[in-house]
Every structure is written in C-alpha cells, then in structure tokens.
Design a protein around this ligand. Sequence first.
Ligand code: AMP
Ligand code: MG
Length: 606
Amino acid sequence: MISVEEALNKVLSYVEVLEPERKPILDCLGQVLAEDVYSTINIPPLDNSAMDGYALRARDTRGASESSPGYLVVIGEVAAGSMPAQEVKPGTAIRIMTGAPLPEGADAVVRFEDTDEVNRKLSGGDLSHIGILCQVKKGSDVRGRGEDIAEGDLILKKGKVLRPQEIGVLASLGRSTALVIRRPIVAILATGDELIGVDQPLAPGKIHDSNNYTIAAEVSRYGGIPKILGIGRDSVQSLTKKIYEGLDADMLITSGGVSKGDYDIVKDVLAEHGEVGFWTVCMKPGKPLAFGVIRKTEGGKEKKVPHLGLPGNPVSSMVTFEQFARPAILKMMGKKLLTKPVIRAIIEDDVVDTDGRRLFARVSVARRGGQYYASVTGPQGSGILTSMAKANGLAVIPENSEGVRAGDVVEVQMLDWGEEQGEVETPIESGPIVSIVGKSQSGKTVLMEQLIAEFKRRGYKVAAIKHGRGGMEIDHPGKDSWRYAQAGSDAVLISSPDKLAFIKSVDHDLGIEEILPTVGPEFDLVLVEGFKKSKIPKIEVHRKRLGDDLLCSPEELSAIVTDGSLDIDIPKLPWGDTVAVADFIEKNFVRAVSREPSTVSGEENV
Ligand code: AMP
Ligand code: MG
C-alpha cells in the first residue's frame, strides 16, 4: 500500500504544464498568464476630476468658508469624454463632471456640495458666478495621470491566474487577447456491463452511469475540457476501442474495473497498451487506483497519454478525483497551488477508522462563533453519492489514528473554496493561531505569558506576536545592524548561531495575514496579542472591574476568559485558570494533525 502523498507525487511526475495559446480575454477566466504584460499607456491618460464640481486653482479658495464664500467667474463646462476648451485663469472656474480632463491652469476640484450652486439654482440666481464654501488643497479630488497604471510598468506577471479583475485590467490596457496556458482536454470513460445512459430506461440489473457526469463536471470546474467517451463494456474489445478514441486528449480518466472482480479488465487492456501501475493507496474510500501511460503512435512518433483509473464506486471515484486528478489538471494548466484549501474544524460526530487507512469523511462544515464545526453527512458507504451531495468538505482522519471523537479538531478539505483561481491564500483560520484580545488593562499580556510557558511545558513550539501600536525599537544604536538601518537599508537581518532577527521598514500597519508568512510554518501554535479586527480566532479577556461589555461581538469570539459572570452563549473560561485556557486552545487550535506522509507498506486485499 502506498501513501496518498506518494501516489500524488507519482501522478504529478507524469503530467507536464501544457503549451500556451493566445485567445480573447473573456475566454481566459481562470487560466494562467503565459506572458508578462507591460502597459503602453497611462491610466488615467490625463489628470481628471474625481467628482462632479468645479475645476479651479486651489489658491483661489484660500479663506473660503460657508460664512464667507469665495466667488469665482464660471467660464465654461467640461463633460467626461470631451476636452476642456478654456484655461482656468486666476479668479475663474470651470464646471466639471467626474472623469472629465482637468482644464489647463486648474489644480483642484471642489465638489458641488461645497459650492452655492444648488442655492443659486433654487433661487433662480446667476450661474455665471459660483460661491466656493471651503478651502481645498492642490490636487484635491483630482485623479492624476498614470495614477492607476503608468506607461512602461509591468502590470501582470507571467504565472498570474486571471480573475475578472485581471481581465478588466487587460481590457483597460486595450488588450483584446492574452497568452495563457491552454486548458487540458480530459477524456472520460465509465466502464461496466451494468451501466446504462441517463436517457435510457432502467432494466433489471442495470444502473444509470453517474461517474461520467460527476467526473466531467469536476474537470470543467477545475478548468479542463471534458470529452466523454461514453460507457466501455467489460470486454477487452469494447474497452480497447473506447480507450483509443480518447487518445487525442491530454489525459484519460476511467472509472471502474480496477478492483479485483472477475470482470475488471481495465488492467488487462491497459497493461497491453501502455505502462500501468495498480496501486492500493492507503486511503478510504478509494483504495484501488490505477495509474500509467497509454502508448500511441502518431505520425510515426510515439505519444504517451497519462491515464488515471479511478475506482467505480461513485464516492470513491469523486474522492480520488479530488486527491489525484484535480492536482494533475491544475498542474497542466500551469497553476502552482495544487492543494485544496484546508481548515481546522471541531468534528461533531465520532468517526471510527480502524483499518489504518487515511479516511476522507464527507462532512458539512458550518461556522459558529468564530469556529468551524464539521458534521458527518449520514451513512458513509462509498456507493452513497448523496453523502457527497450533502457535503461541503472532506474531513481528513489520519491513517493509524483509530479515528476521532466528537469534539476533536480535524483538518477539512473545503470542496467549494477557491477552485477557479487555485490561488486564494489559505484562509487564515486554517493555521494553528489564536489571538488574545481585551480592553486595555484586562491582563492580556499576563495571560499571554502564562500560556506561552504552559505550552512550552506541554512540549509545543510556540510563536508569539504582539502589536506595538506606539512603534518599537529593538536594535541598539551603534551596532552594525543599526548602522545599516541608519544608512537607509529597508530591511536588516542579523543572524547568529542561535537566533535570527529581522527588522524591516513597512509603509503601513501590517495585518496579521501579512505578518504570518514571516513567522514561518514550523510552529505548533501562534499566540497573538491584539489585532482585534483581524479574522483569526479570538479569545477575549473580560474583567468585571472594566464593565460588563465586551470589546468584540460574541459571534467573532471562540471563547471568553472572565472573572465575572456573563450571560453569553460561548465557551467561558475562568480567569486565573491557565490550564483550563490552555486546554481549550490545545483542543481547538494547536496543530494536531500529522502532515508527514505515512510509510505503511505491504499489499492488502481490496
Ligand atoms: P467497479 O470498480 O467496476 O468494481 O465498480 C464498483 C461499484 O461502482 C459497482 O457497484 C458499480 O456498479 C459502481 N459503478 C461503477 N461505475 C459506475 C458508474 N459509472 N456510475 C455509477 N456507478 C458505477
Ligand atoms: Mg465494473
């Protein structure tokens, strides 16, 4: 038996990134850009108005206010799409619409609301003058030429997955086509004498083929082009014929006929026409899996088409598709992120897993109080496709774990997240991270200190992040690193045999999701103090003496640590009982699932 990781690595080693094609931008959604795109224009092309108002010289508004307006002569009007005919001279203004080019001489715009225009109109007054009711700065409400995109800039990099916004950017650059990695054509074949088409009436002993449809829909969902070959019968002749119809594709996916039943002849056919491996993969559902290449001669040249033989049971074929076919399709499309988005959730049912294989349990995931919960979607037989239809995730129960108990934390592959792009950042909730928030003086830092010590005692690798709102200085004047920073270096790293320090100038107050990559992935727990607005799980410290109200709303909190009594329906932990708080965090947030591929060996009967 081989591990899921070994099987995946082998599959991936047989597929290559496909060649690029140029096509209309609207057909490129979800595909990977195969060229660097530079701008040949400025966007916006000219300075223009961000508001409907009056274009004027900022210095002409000096001292203007509601009680003492500054009056200017209105010398014209300019709408979006036309060019101003006049120049703004001292003491004059031009009525301007959003997007219209800023007239010569003007350096700011005052919006209608800050003029007396409405009052003038209401009183039937003279519109040849305008009263300005506030003082504005140069550049106010003006969008500068090239502010969005400057001529010559690299706008989209090779490798970028095109989303609607990138397609819009391409359009704004005046590009009607883009060079993208082409979509793979995936030939799909169901096998079995019991199968009939969806439009045929059921006869005794027959069932409708569903795998062709599930798999074709999956192929489309991940960006491939499905080519359904139909149903292959359980005869060498029928299968051979069908398989050869699929050999102009980039990949062939069959379902059924890979287990050890008498009529399971896919393996015989494949063994004759290609190189094929039959694996038992350490997973459930989906133990039997075939993988190899089929040889074909085309114009005197030998061609090899990768073939993935999925098990026939509808759930098994889908789960194995997700684990092996999906990454292969994404790789062919040039995508870099091949793994499914994973979150950590509290499982609400016991799941028994006694045969040592990695179990993919179909679960329905819901989010409550800042925490994900996963419940098993009824009977889990590998023929019960509705258990998949009810699910939005696959809970991964590690091999050799005996299963999990209700209340345990499990990793869940989210089936419906981020497929189109394959590039979404792993949601931050998925990390082993929790933030301690609370009002000032609530004792957050004391709790942090106690928790760090407690988790070290429990043998975990802990990182702590603190938000220093008032700035900080950690490098000492006179040190070499300090001198580098003084000389203007934007980042300074100091490395010694047992420590690494990293000081970097930043241009804004970083969000926790921007900081985490710097921390690195090796920690079992990242404890954060503060960042109350971030989306990471939060535990609030509540103290009686600071009032009954909370800093965060209860829906955002995973728990409260309190010395009072609060009537709120989320877990409450006693202030002062570090062990209880650590137990809660250990159960819900500490990295629990082993990421190491298992190395179970030996063959097992299906
Ligand atoms: P096999 O892997 O061919 O032994 O098939 C295992 C089980 O999956 C059998 O009960 C088949 O009837 C069922 N099965 C195989 N292919 C399909 C299909 N295309 N649609 C629905 N069920 C299938
Ligand atoms: Mg069969």
